[in-house]
Design a protein around this ligand. Structure first.
Ligand code: BF8
Length: 674
């Protein structure tokens, strides 16, 4: 089918929340204005990956193929681009993984009775995770939980062997990792080693560096990020489809508005509980508010949207503008993606910026350290600071745009399993079958950031074209919020889906784009892909699936780590509009061609929505061709023997356990309660 929608070339004039920006123009300088007023474009050497500053003989600007323009030490463009790329992967891996460690520490405190207020919510999932950590999952829950806490923390500092969750990947993928020598050992070790390799005078072969970057990235996807997701689910609940609302219109004029911003759900979970306590509501009423309204920003927002249906006020690019509504009493931040400018914007209003992590303080913010031993007490202190600001709100300054959009979020891989197969026959089989019979062309992920420098609404244009072409689209991170703002996370958007995809969606009753969570939750996609392989009919490894990933407006190092672990796991990814190794054709080509030889997947670059969609759909079609499912087949009438064969997958999928792990890990009801 031809794409229905033409890609827009430039959307610079339709800046999101232009109306709010107009109101603060001249008062405070914001990011979009800075982009225009900086007076210089990003340095081409830095942008394309060939500025070397790992020693103080430089920084050296390198030009590929020009002898005089190698580094003072002789470093080539490919070495420098590869080093810089590796450093991004290491930083991204460290970031997700330190988040994972933080959750593991909180989990340890909860199960050792050193923390109040939280408890284990998902016992069956705990048993499944215990199995993959090499523990006897049949032990009584309390004892097992303590062992899981210790094992999970050990994954970060492990020196030998391999990360436990690598064993969750398809067998063929694991073999490939073994053969190539890229199995991650401990999370911390991979980060430290990659940084070591990139310092002056160490690894100076772009091939060796880039291959090592995969080992580190896998420690993110199948290590730090996956641990974060799994432990969060066990503590706070596995997301299930839930209705909510996104965009600045979720702020309320008559309530104390608190935005929760960052990445770790612990603080926001505690705030959500505390904000409903009668004593806190009374305190809010005493100052003239009707109550307390929580709204999310960035990935903390995604976490509490997925589990509690708490609305999202905005994505990364909306954090300043949420404050500029003049209606936010406090922005409570934890870690990552918090722009320093939020304190400057807040100063123009009555708003408090409250930092909660000792790892992430901001000049001009109030610091209320979150004590994970006493989450609700910490949350109450934060709420009180916000409530005290409500009487200082200047009504003349308040401008809450009306715009908001209904969304359905909460599509964990467990939920997708239920939705496709029902409570008792939960399985990915209907998905695989619909891909094989061509109703669904393939699966595409749109993940990552939104970016002030990107002038086209890439996420939305790409998502619309993909679903129109019968591609099942999953989203995470700020891309999910952006797509939600445009209505694609609502079943009302079904009309935009291609005919055969729409038929499938109508049968199961879900929106055309599935919100799978925050950025650490990209690990959910790894498990879903593995499950598609195990379900059968689409090859023996992830690289055979008609699947592709993308991060059309990426800006964070974390996105590069994510892209790299997807490539290492067998999924081709498309990034753009710019890419951090572009000044070295040699290094960039290695990421595309040589990675494809090694991992069956590559890094691709696209400049605009049309290019993204073309590369993604061509890739899916190529994979279908390889699988021999590219041509319409005559209808096959199943006899009993064929039906029985379909009912017995070669590798046990999650069903039989109701999505909590392979059949051989079946959790009996009594085990769940011990
Ligand atoms: O980790 S998508 S802008 S918020 S980095 Fe940041 Fe990018 Fe948003 Fe979530 Ni992910």
């Amino acid at each position: 089918m031809e794409p229905r929608l033409k890609a827009r070339q430039d959307c610079g004039k339709c800046l999101i929340n232009q109306d709010v920006y107009e109101r603060i123009k001249g008062k405070v300088l914001t990011a979009p204005e800075r982009v225009n007023k900086r007076g210089m474009k990003p340095c081409l050497f830095g942008k394309g990956g060939t500025c070397c500053n790992v020693c103080h003989m430089g920084p050296c600007q390198i030009i590929e193929g020009v002898e005089e323009m190698r580094g003072v030490c002789g470093a080539t463009a490919s070495t420098v681009a590869a080093r810089n790329f590796c450093r991004m992967v290491a930083a991204g891996t460290a970031t997700h993984s330190d988040h994972g460690r933080g959750i593991a520490e909180a989990f340890y405190s909860v199960v050792h009775n050193e923390a109040e207020d939280f408890e284990i919510k998902e016992k069956a999932k705990l048993r499944m995770v215990a199995h993959y950590l090499g523990l006897d999952r049949k032990k009584p829950i309390k004892e097992l939980a303590k062992e899981v806490a210790v094992k999970a923390l050990e994954e970060f500092g492990k020196q030998h062997g391999r990360l436990a969750f690598l064993s969750r990947a398809p067998e063929k993928r694991q073999e490939k990792w073994r053969e190539l020598g890229v199995e991650s050992r401990g999370v911390d070790r991979e980060v430290v080693e990659l940084i070591h390799r990139t310092t002056v005078g160490v690894d100076q072969d772009y091939r060796s560096l880039l291959k090592a970057s995969i080992r580190c990235a896998l420690a993110d996807g199948w290590g730090g990020s996956m641990l974060a997701t799994e432990l969060q689910d066990i503590l706070f609940g596995i997301p299930q489809p839930i209705k909510s609302v996104v965009n600045l219109g979720v702020l309320k004029e008559d309530m104390v508005n608190i935005t929760v911003h960052g990445h770790e759900p612990e603080v926001a979970e505690a705030l959500a509980i505390a904000a409903q306590l009668p004593e806190m509501i009374k305190e809010a009423q005493k100052v003239g508010a009707k109550g307390i309204n929580l709204a999310g920003i960035c990935c903390t927002g995604n976490e509490v949207l997925m589990r509690r249906g708490i609305p999202i006020a905005g994505s990364f690019v909306q954090q300043e503008i949420a404050l500029a509504t003049g209606a936010v009493e406090a922005m409570v931040v934890d870690v990552q993606c918090i722009m320093q400018n939020v304190t400057t914007v807040a100063e123009a209003y009555h708003t408090a910026i409250i930092t909660t992590s000792d790892k992430a303080k901001i000049e001009g913010a109030i610091h209320i350290a979150f004590d994970h031993h006493k989450p609700i007490e910490s949350a109450k202190n934060i709420l009180r600071e916000a409530i005290a600001r409500f009487p200082k709100r200047d009504k003349k300054d308040v401008y809450i745009p009306k715009k908001k959009m209904d969304v359905v979020a909460g599509f964990s891989h467990e939920t997708i399993l239920y939705m496709l197969g029902g409570r008792f026959r939960a399985s990915y089989k209907p998905l695989n079958e619909n891909i094989i019979n061509g109703r669904i062309l393939g699966v595409a992920a749109i993940i990552g950031c939104d970016n002030f420098r990107v002038k086209e609404k890439l996420h939305i244009e790409i998502a619309k074209e993909l679903i129109a072409n019968n591609v099942l689209v999953v989203v995470t991170g700020c891309a999910a919020s952006a797509i939600g703002r445009d209505g694609l996370l609502s079943p009302d958007a079904l009309d935009l889906a291609g005919e055969s995809y729409r038929e499938v969606l109508e049968a199961i009753g879900c929106p055309p784009v599935l919100h799978m969570g925050s950025c650490v939750d990209n690990s959910r996609i790894l498990i879903a892909l593995t499950e598609m392989v195990h379900t059968g009919g689409l090859g023996d490894d992830i690289d055979e699936l008609p699947v592709v990933g993308s991060a059309p407006e990426w800006m964070s190092e974390k996105a590069i780590a994510i892209g790299n672990y997807f490539v290492g796991s067998g999924t081709t990814v498309v990034f753009g509009p710019t890419f951090p190794t572009e000044n070295s054709k040699i290094a960039t080509n290695y990421l595309r061609e040589d990675f494809n030889q090694m991992f069956g997947a590559s890094w691709r670059i696209a400049r605009n929505a049309s290019e993204f969609v073309s590369i993604m759909i061509d890739h899916i079609r190529k994979k279908r061709e390889n699988l021999g499912i590219d041509k319409p087949k005559p209808r096959v009438l199943y006899d009993m023997a064929m039906r029985r064969a379909l009912g017995a997958p070669t590798i046990s999928p999650f069903h039989g356990l109701g999505c909590f792990g392979p059949t051989h890990l079946r959790v009996e009801p009594e085990e769940q309660t011990q």
